[in-house]
Design a protein around this ligand. Structure first.
Ligand code: FES
Length: 553
């Protein structure tokens, strides 16, 4: 709704600006022709219903600008967003005198606002001249940036871009050149007292008191606009201070950092403030869908439902409910797992592509299975409370090891775990990350055993299986149990290698292909050939007795 209001009001204001600039451009041919065209334009724009529409569009656009100032939680923005914001804020102070001196002067005091009237102050006052030029540039660039962010995700945009570029440069250039020619004509009139008297009389200028009133009104409206901006910024600051005292939001980025951010930020703003590169082709306006994420975790059910605008975009992509637009989603306090579904350098064309990972895609990944050895016997002599406590400490240790290495915990199954490497990285990196994770798990287990030695007579032992190969990755499941996972022979093989690691008396049994992909030469561990159910040929593997001895990447 907000996006549509912004577009509709912006388009109407832009139409007004285009007709205005085209009128100035006509002065290149003749000031009289420009004046004749101005009469026609004035008849249209000053027609009461159109005036109401135009004024409404201006007020709506202004309110939306204040709303977006208030809503913005971080000042980390792209250069283009900064430019659009600052240029937009400069329009009222730059343009108010012009509006009051023309339209309002006409309505209140019957001033005939022809070209002479508009250009006269500019001809005698260089400051007015510079301000008017700055106004044209600010309005035009602000509008062009807005249109660019809106249209860049449309499939037809690249085709018409050269024509739009030409128009975007030509119209203001012609208008400024026309204003220059008009200024020359006005200066010539000012040099001739007789002509000047006639020209001034034709404009029916306001009296001295009326002119003073108009100046006062202009200053008052500029001050009011400035006051509104200051109020929006102050309200934003108060809200920020209040939110800092509230419970925060914990975000675990798949293959990235875990960050805590204040409540109220959109996920896109959270990514930006945490330094996570996050695609946002439309600049966070909820139009392009390139910021889309898959969101899960313990508190995912508490997320607010998508707004109408967000739901419309998600529907177009046909993605599961766990996929959301990061620029529109403001998670309540809680812990969430976040997976970016498009690379940070996503292009406008990606806006119209479905989320291939979410919908199913084949890619080469490394799959890890980890199992706790002899846990059943260990747990038999324990209270349920102790079992849960121990398992959670163990899960935390291995989960953190996987994430620190750049992998993603797929699921915990009983006392075992499955992890994925390569969702956002090429196969060699994924292989190195997986071996790194195995090493970290070994070290974490050693620390856990030392910490728990007083409570357990025998240390915890693990078995790890690693294999690399093609998998089908996609979002599978039903209801709250829906999540991104991988399936295929590579997954089954990794699981069997984990089971076989026990027979080899090793903590890790990994296929030789994992070491080859990681470029680890010489590869650590003992080489073996193993026969696996469902495979006609044996598989070259390496058994590593102590995973903590593997090098950290
Ligand atoms: S950044 Fe474009 S939809 Fe979120």
């Amino acid at each position: 709704m907000i996006a549509r209001l912004r577009s509709a009001s912006g388009c109407l204001l832009l139409l007004y600006v285009v007709t205005h600039l085209s009128n100035h451009a006509l002065a290149l041919w003749s000031l009289r022709l420009a004046d004749a065209w101005l009469e026609w334009l004035s008849a249209v724009w000053r027609w009461p219903p159109v005036t109401v529409l135009l004024l409404t569009a201006f007020l709506v656009h202004l309110c939306l600008a204040l709303h977006s100032l208030w809503r913005r939680r971080t000042w980390r923005m792209s250069r283009w967003e900064w430019a659009q914001l600052l240029l937009g804020l400069s329009i009222v102070p730059l343009g108010m005198t012009h509006v009051i001196g023309t339209r309002v002067a006409h309505e209140l005091h019957g001033v005939h606002t022809n070209h002479f009237w508009v250009l006269w102050p500019m001809a005698v006052d260089p400051w007015q001249n510079a301000r008017q030029m700055a106004l044209v540039i600010a309005v035009w660039v602000h509008a062009c940036i807005g249109l660019h962010f809106w249209w860049r995700v449309k499939p037809w945009y690249p085709r018409v871009l050269p024509g739009l570029y030409a128009g975007a440069l030509l119209l203001p250039a012609l208008a400024l050149a026309g204003a220059g020619v008009g200024l020359g004509s006005v200066l010539a009139i000012l040099d001739d007292p007789q002509k000047m008297q006639a020209a001034v009389a034709a404009t029916r200028p306001p009296s001295r008191d009326e002119a003073a009133d108009l100046h006062f009104l202009s200053d008052l409206l500029k001050a009011a606009a400035l006051g509104l901006v200051i109020m929006a910024l102050a309200a934003r600051q108060v809200r920020t201070l209040w939110l800092r005292r509230q419970q925060g939001v914990n975000l675990r980025y798949a293959g990235g950092p875990t960050v805590a951010v204040p409540m109220g930020l959109s996920l896109l703003e959270a990514s930006r403030s945490a330094g996570v590169s996050h695609a946002s082709v439309c600049g966070g306006r909820g139009r392009c869908s390139t910021c889309r994420v898959q969101i899960g975790g313990a508190d995912a059910q508490r997320l607010p439902p998508p707004s109408r605008d967000e739901a419309r975009v998600l529907e177009r992509l046909r993605v599961p409910p766990s996929v959301r637009l990061a620029c529109q989603l403001r998670p309540p306090p809680g812990a969430y797992d976040v997976m970016l579904l498009l690379p940070s350098d996503a292009q406008p064309a990606d806006a119209y592509r479905g989320t291939s990972v979410a919908l199913g895609e084949e890619r080469t990944m490394v799959i890890m299975f980890v199992d706790l050895r002899g846990f059943t016997a260990l747990s038999e002599k324990r209270l349920p409370y102790d079992v849960v406590f121990l398992l959670n400490r163990y899960f935390r240790s291995v989960g953190q090891a996987v994430e620190q290495a750049g992998g993603r915990v797929d699921k915990f199954i009983g006392d075992g775990m499955m992890a994925l490497f390569g969702l956002n990285s090429p196969a060699p990196t994924a292989a190195r990350q997986a071996l790194d994770a195995a090493s970290r798990i070994g070290r974490a287990l050693d620390e856990l055993n030392t910490a728990m030695s007083a409570e357990f007579s025998s240390p915890l032992r693990i078995g790890i299986g690693l294999h690399i190969g093609p998998v089908v990755v996609g979002v599978l499941g039903h209801g709250p149990a829906t999540g991104l996972t991988a399936i295929g022979d590579t997954v089954n093989t990794a699981s069997r290698l984990e089971s076989l690691s026990k027979d080899h008396g090793a903590q890790l049994l990994a296929s030789q292909a994992v070491f080859d992909a990681a470029g680890l030469v010489p590869a650590p561990g003992e080489p073996h050939e193993v026969a696996l159910r469902g495979r006609t040929q044996t598989l070259a593997v390496r058994a590593v007795a102590d995973v903590a001895s593997l090098p950290l990447s």
